[in-house]
Design a protein around this ligand. Structure first.
Ligand SMILES: [Zn+2]
Ligand SMILES: [Zn+2]
Ligand SMILES: [Zn+2]
Length: 226
């Protein structure tokens, strides 16, 4: 019988899958001294030989950094600016994150839906909102409009302005409005009489307004004080 007759689990040194050592740690153990079966490494900073677990692995590789974790931490700390303790405000007060002034809590608006307050004071927040505010571009009035009766799109000048509004115009064009008014005027004698009365009333009112305007222009103080 040849050696090939032995199945893998019959060969010396066979390990169940769950007992197998990952290739990565095998490679590490091969590279470093390991008394007592633990992979060790000597730190290049403190010169101490420590278990490999005390060295940070280099991400994406099978290697570790050459300095131990405490030595790396010390170097990182030395490179950072020293931590300055944050000043504490007395109870009921808060130091504004904007102006740095210590103010009572009432000067900080509550956060909506939470029991916390904003970190910047009300005046600071108001100033911030003012600088951030960008006015919305004003809506320009339309230059043309489609008549709701004849369906023709005409320039806005062909529509009657609605007196009390800034830029409102009636939905029907002047031609359609005029046609309607004419139709109504000629419909019945009573409507016609009413329209005639309304027209003369309006004319009288216009005349009165014009005269009053002229009077006001001549002597403004005499009209204002009765
Ligand atoms: Zn070290
Ligand atoms: Zn402030
Ligand atoms: Zn029309």
């Amino acid at each position: 019988m040849s050696a090939c007759a032995l199945r893998s689990w019959q060969r010396p040194g066979y390990q169940k899958h769950s007992q197998q050592v990952p290739a990565r740690s095998v490679a590490r153990e091969r590279c470093f001294r390991y008394p007592g079966g633990v992979a060790m490494r000597t730190c290049t900073d403190c010169q101490l030989t420590k278990p490999l677990a005390d060295f940070t692995p280099i991400k994406g590789t099978r290697w570790t950094h050459t300095r131990c974790k405490p030595c790396r931490a010390a170097r990182a700390r030395a490179g950072r600016p020293p931590r300055v303790a944050k000043p504490h405000a007395p109870p009921g007060m808060r130091i504004c994150a904007g102006c740095g002034v210590t103010k009572p809590l009432d000067d900080f608006s509550p956060t909506s839906g939470a029991r916390y307050r904003k970190t910047t004071c009300k005046p600071c927040r108001a100033a911030m909102a003012k600088t951030a505010y960008v006015p919305r571009p004003k809506r320009q009035p339309p230059t043309e409009r489609t008549c709701t009766e004849c369906g023709v799109t005409n320039p806005i000048a062909d529509f009657l302005r609605i007196r009390a509004t800034r830029a409102g115009v009636y939905g029907r064009c002047r031609a359609c409005r005029n046609a309607r008014a004419r139709e109504r005027y000629h419909s019945t004698p009573s409507i016609r009489a009413a329209e005639v009365a309304r027209a003369s009333r309006n004319q009288k009112a216009r005349g009165l307004r014009r005269r009053l305007q002229v009077q006001r222009a001549k002597q403004p103080e005499a009209v204002d004080t009765p």
